[in-house]
Design a protein around this ligand. Structure first.
Ligand code: SF4
Length: 308
């Protein structure tokens, strides 16, 4: 997966020129899926035109957003994007518990979820050991969203103090997930994991339930794919490229250093292998684990390099 940052914390926005360069590079590399995201991707003034442009060039587009959209953008999106088939366009909404939202944010998210329900699935990043999935299930049912939840783990970010779980806390969250599988099973809502969820914290019973719930697809990836050879690539508004958000302060390259996407993936794949050479994974047990690389990536790379 490749993520293109549309807007950054310092409010710097991706230009048309850079978007077109990225689209050309991806087209030449025969990669047809792109994800647009940013501090608040839906606030980029040209977001609707960017999506339409990429769709016109036959890309499948995913937009990652908190769902806080201005009325002007929502109206334009409503006029143009609702005609797009769901196979070509999707939204992943990073959804927080309503208790943490202001009344205005709740109102804006409500409009977004109501309007684009058929395109939307929810993502929730765990940064605290006590959590509940019920509010996500209630939201999916209320707005008739896609019946799927992606559960990520907030990871340590180099040079930043961000809220995330310790290794011991990660071992402890499984009880909480196991206790909440029933509500997902009852509502036939699938659950997948992103960002370093380790296999070994789950009991065989819970793995079996997840296997049935997800119709046989249960993976424990570092990036959103179990395949360690295809790392997630992020491109920022200045055309800097790195692998996956928690590693953005680790090492960046310029997009102009590469001729195609395959070379970028190869470069970062080698970087990953080098970083995992000694420690292997986030737990001591990863060094001798029979599931390493086959069924589990040994947790998120950020746990290895940002926790040193
Ligand atoms: S590789 Fe590490 S995290 Fe994954 S199952 Fe083995 S010990 Fe657990």
């Amino acid at each position: 997966m490749t993520n293109i940052l549309l807007i950054e914390k310092n409010k710097k926005k991706l230009s048309w020129k850079n978007l077109i360069y990225i689209a050309d590079l991806f087209e030449a590399s025969n990669v047809k899926h792109l994800s647009l995201l940013g501090d608040e991707s839906a606030l980029h003034p040209d977001i609707v035109d960017y999506v339409l442009y990429l769709l016109q060039r036959n890309f499948c587009v995913n937009v990652v957003t908190g769902g806080i959209v201005t009325n002007r953008i929502l109206e334009t999106a409503q006029n143009y994007l609702l005609k797009i088939p769901v196979e070509n366009l999707s939204f992943v909404c990073n959804y927080n518990h309503p208790d943490f939202l202001t009344a205005n944010e709740t109102k804006q998210i409500d409009k977004f979820l109501t309007t684009f329900s058929k395109y939307i699935s929810l993502n929730f990043n765990l940064s605290q050991k006590d959590f509940e999935l019920k509010f996500l299930v209630d939201t999916i049912i209320k707005y008739n969203l896609k019946k799927h939840i992606r559960l990520g783990l907030a990871q340590p970010i180099r040079e930043q103090k961000n809220e995330c779980l310790t290794l011991n806390e990660i071992r402890g969250i499984v009880e909480n997930i196991g206790n909440q599988l029933e509500i997902l099973e009852k509502n036939r809502i699938t659950l997948d994991f992103g960002c370093g969820m380790p296999l070994c914290i789950f009991s065989n019973n819970d793995i079996g339930r997840l296997f049935r719930l997800n119709k046989g697809k249960v993976v424990f990836p570092c990036c959103p794919t179990i395949d360690i050879d295809t790392p997630t690539i992020d491109i920022d508004t200045d055309m800097q490229v790195w692998t996956c958000f928690p590693l953005f302060a680790y090492e960046k390259k310029s997009l102009y250093d590469f001729d195609n996407i395959e070379d970028i993936q190869k470069y970062f794949s080698e970087q990953h292998s080098n970083l995992r050479k000694d420690k292997k994974g986030m737990f001591e047990e990863c060094k001798t684990c029979m599931y390493l690389n086959e069924l589990c990536t040994g947790g998120c790379l950020a746990q290895l390099v940002n926790n040193e």
